[in-house]
Write a protein that binds this ligand. Structure first.
Ligand SMILES: Nc1nc2c(c(=O)[nH]1)N[C@H]1C(S)=C(S)[C@@H](COP(=O)(O)OP(=O)(O)OC[C@H]3O[C@@H](n4cnc5c(=O)[nH]c(N)nc54)[C@H](O)[C@@H]3O)O[C@H]1N2
Ligand SMILES: Nc1nc2c(c(=O)[nH]1)N[C@H]1C(S)=C(S)[C@@H](COP(=O)(O)OP(=O)(O)OC[C@H]3O[C@@H](n4cnc5c(=O)[nH]c(N)nc54)[C@H](O)[C@@H]3O)O[C@H]1N2
Ligand code: SF4
Ligand SMILES: [Mo]
Length: 719
């Protein structure tokens, strides 16, 4: 066991520097722990490195966060509160003091509350920081107290999470470090080397032992290039492929009958369903060669420890929930859950059994929160027309009540944005902007930079970065809880989100003691009050000393080796009564993507993460922006030829939702029929002031109300 002292010295023992341990706040499965060297004299952070002893980080950050100091000390950091002094969206602002900003916001918000009630206030946030504290801790205290509308945080993972839970009961996946022991790794709808780079090390270790690495993706990503086999599937058809694999496995008697009998329910129903998906039919649906389907099924079922890394790419289509629900049955069918190195990993978040009720101040709510908007429908939510606004109410399941215009409730009169950049990342950019452009809407944006969204604000409030505040990170790609300690003083007049929400609460005359809790105190209370066994032995003090702690789960961690599913039946639910009750097919199935049913013309457009950006963060860091060059559209030469488009030509990508100008990049990186625009550029840093979310409609996945970013057709014309 390392002593804490050794941990710190391992980085640097230079007397000029103080070493502070923290953790990357970004929305990424790796949640890397880091060490910051701070000059004792100047108080400046002078170096930032991956924590050398963290078992997942292993001393290395990624391309993007290697530049976190540049981002933190960027000359464009917001320095003071700003007040709008031009038309909405013009980006014209004047500096004001915190006192004035808070007084004015307090009075205008108070006015909205008096005239329209809490429902008229909408918080909009996502994972600019994944920190427990700077995320929702103080924010929700305020929104509970004023009875604001709720936001369903659906933009990323909901479809997959809900689908996964129907099958296994929780997003409890494999220990990612166990991929090193896999005998076969199927990376399914994920670009590991870009979006989850620290998983690559265990995968490489497995490969050294002979494991084959297979990537199933419509795009030949850098991960696909590095793998042993790339299977270029048609977008949105993954569930059909999974059922085709099961078809072969059952037909050839390769399933693990005892695991199915002992630990699953619905084996017979699944067999019957899989029978409908012959390799011929599946080849037709997915575009994958029939023999390749058969070979993959045989290899998967006969190897000893097959692992599936499924991430979020394949659930950004209409049938994404069902796809993840269906794929998650595969390890059960072959008994892979029994073996170390076998299983499936979507997310590890279900292992962090936090009780957040005290943290979020639910007791401050005097009445139930009025309504919930789905964040993917922000454009509709901001509409003044009740018939449009009502479409934004969260309604994730088929059996949820339907709403009419009379249920729309009051218009949104105040929007408070933090940890998110909706003018860039949210579907249907035109309607989002139309909503944000409403002169009568009070918009407050807490930010590091003057983003596309900040341009539409009435007040922009400067927030601290991870180097400047406390936080606690719950990762979704491994098992180590991590504490972030502030390394430097807040820059300029920046304040932590928590402090901004505290002051907003005071400005509204709220004075519950919960608003007076300091950041360190909140974290200490939160960590030390956790009761679940996974946290036993983890104390705030230990986190302060060691930086990160592994959850108290056994090693090796095989939670489903002998059942133990957190479903209602306690089994792996190949048949799900819960699904039937919610209005779904209770048996795994294939739901065709929208692009195969309604929008039949044009090319399917995918817009997955760019290697050098993190969603829309880092787009303004010069060196990273240079690496991505310009907003691109990757096209197959066949599709380009059919449209007379040449390499490097400017093109207009459009559909009924909107249009954006990109630069064509031709090559066999994408299957014919598919185009790919790496995201998410700041619209204002793009040639025509728009980005790829121009062409993404407001719409939702079958489960969880998720966004359908990749279930879109476009037409492309040369300019
Ligand atoms: N560098 C970088 N890292 C990031 C991010 C970033 O923006 N940049 N974003 C972070 C966030 S918020 C998230 S949610 C995660 C996302 O992590 P992932 O979900 O792993 O996302 P990607 O790495 O883009 O991988 C998605 C892949 O799915 C493919 N795909 C699209 N549609 C389909 C389909 O129908 N079937 C199959 N099989 N594949 C499909 C895409 O071509 C893409 O290669 O990454 C995080 N990490
Ligand atoms: N077309 C297309 N669109 C997509 C996607 C896609 O694949 N294709 N991916 C989607 C996905 S998976 C996701 S998760 C969303 C992500 O969408 P967002 O969660 O909005 O992520 P970012 O674009 O990184 O914007 C986060 C903002 O929060 C700010 N921020 C960071 N830390 C703090 C803090 O401590 N305080 C405050 N006040 N602000 C902070 C950053 O400066 C940044 O501007 O985008 C989605 N949009
Ligand atoms: S973005 Fe991901 S890989 Fe990069 S430092 Fe943060 S957690 Fe690590
Ligand atoms: Mo995401």
């Amino acid at each position: 066991m390392d002593t804490p002292t050794r941990r710190r010295q391992a980085f640097d023992d230079h007397t000029r520097h103080r070493i502070v341990t923290g953790v990357c706040p970004h929305d990424c499965p790796d949640s890397c722990s880091w060490q910051v060297a701070v000059d004792r004299q100047t108080g400046q952070a002078v170096n930032l490195r991956g924590h050398p002893e963290h078992p997942v980080t292993r001393g290395a950050l990624c391309t993007k966060v290697d530049r976190y100091l540049e981002r933190t000390y960027h000359p464009d950091r917001l320095k003071t509160p700003l007040r709008r002094n031009g038309p909405k969206g013009s980006g014209s602002f004047e500096p004001v003091s915190w006192d004035i900003a808070l007084k004015e916001i307090g009075s205008r918000l108070g006015d909205v509350l008096n005239r329209h009630g809490g429902a008229a206030v909408l918080p909009y946030s996502y994972a600019g920081t994944m920190g427990v504290l700077q995320g929702e801790a103080m924010a929700q205290r305020l929104f509970h107290a004023i009875g604001a509308s709720k936001l369903a945080r659906t933009i990323c993972a909901e479809a997959g999470v809900v689908g996964h839970k129907y099958t296994t009961g929780a997003t409890i996946g494999m220990d990612p470090l166990d991929f090193a022991r896999s005998t076969m790794v199927v990376i399914w709808g994920s670009n590991t080397l870009t979006s989850n780079p620290h998983l690559w090390r265990p995968i490489l270790a497995a490969r050294k032992q002979g494991a084959k690495v297979i990537v199933i993706d419509p795009v030949c990503t850098r991960t696909a290039k590095a793998a042993d086999l790339w299977i270029p599937i048609r977008p949105g058809t993954d569930a059909a492929l999974a059922l085709g694999l099961m078809h072969v496995i059952f037909a050839e008697g390769l399933e693990d009958c005892s695991y199915i009998n002992d630990h699953c329910i619905g084996g017979e129903q699944l067999r019957a369903r899989a029978r409908e998906f012959s390799p011929e039919r599946v080849a037709e649906i997915t575009g994958v060669d029939r023999q390749q389907i058969i070979d993959l099924a045989r290899e998967y079922a006969t190897t000893t420890a097959p692992a599936i890394r499924i991430n979020y790419g394949l659930q950004r289509h209409r049938g994404g929930g069902m796809a993840v629900r269906t794929l998650t049955c595969l390890p059960a069918v072959v008994g892979a859950f029994k073996v170390r190195g076998g299983g499936i990993l979507l997310s590890t978040s279900g292992q962090f059994h936090f009780d957040r009720s005290g943290l979020l101040g639910e007791q401050l709510a005097t009445t139930p929160r009025p309504r919930t908007f789905n964040m993917n429908f922000l454009g509709d939510a901001l509409s003044l027309d009740p018939a449009v606004r009502v479409r934004a109410l969260h309604r994730p399941r088929p059996n949820d009540p339907t709403y009419g215009p009379e249920d729309a409730g009051v218009p949104v009169h105040a929007l408070i944005v933090y940890n998110s950049n909706p003018a860039a990342v949210t579907p249907d950019q035109r309607s989002v902007r139309a909503g944000l452009a409403r002169e009568d809407l009070l918009t407050v944006v807490l930010e590091h930079f003057q983003t596309d969204t900040a341009d539409y604000a009435d007040y922009v409030l400067p927030a601290t970065t991870q180097l400047e505040h406390w936080d606690l990170l719950k990762p979704y790609g491994h098992l180590y809880l991590a504490l972030n300690q502030p390394a430097i003083e807040p820059l300029f007049q920046a304040l932590p989100n928590t402090e901004i929400f505290r002051r907003l609460a005071f400005a509204l005359g709220l004075d519950d003691p919960l608003f007076r809790q300091g950041d360190r105190e909140i974290l200490q209370t939160f960590v030390d009050s956790q009761q679940h066994a996974v946290f036993s032995g983890i104390t705030f003090e230990r986190l302060v000393d060691e930086g990160y702690c592994r959850l108290n789960v056994p090693e090796p961690y095989l939670p489903n080796a002998e059942g133990g599913f957190l479903t209602p039946s306690g089994k792996c639910e190949l048949y799900s009564q819960q699904m039937a009750d919610a209005g779904y097919d209770p048996v795994p199935n294939y739901t065709p993507p929208l692009v195969d049913t309604s929008d039949t013309e044009g090319l399917v457009c995918l817009s997955p993460p760019a290697h050098s950006f993190l969603n829309s963060s880092f787009v303004n860091v010069e060196k990273l922006q240079k690496r991505e060059a310009t907003p691109l559209l990757h096209m197959h030469p066949q599709d380009a030829a059919a449209r007379n488009i040449a390499e490097g030509q400017k093109v207009r990508v459009h559909n009924r939702v909107g249009a954006v100008e990109l630069t064509a990049k031709l090559g066999e990186l994408v299957r014919p029929g598919v185009v790919m625009a790496p995201g998410v550029w700041w619209a204002k840093l793009s040639p025509d002031g728009c980005n790829i979310n121009q062409i993404v409609p407001q719409g939702q996945t079958d489960m969880g109300g998720g966004a359908i970013f990749y279930d879109v057709r476009v037409e492309v014309v040369g300019l």
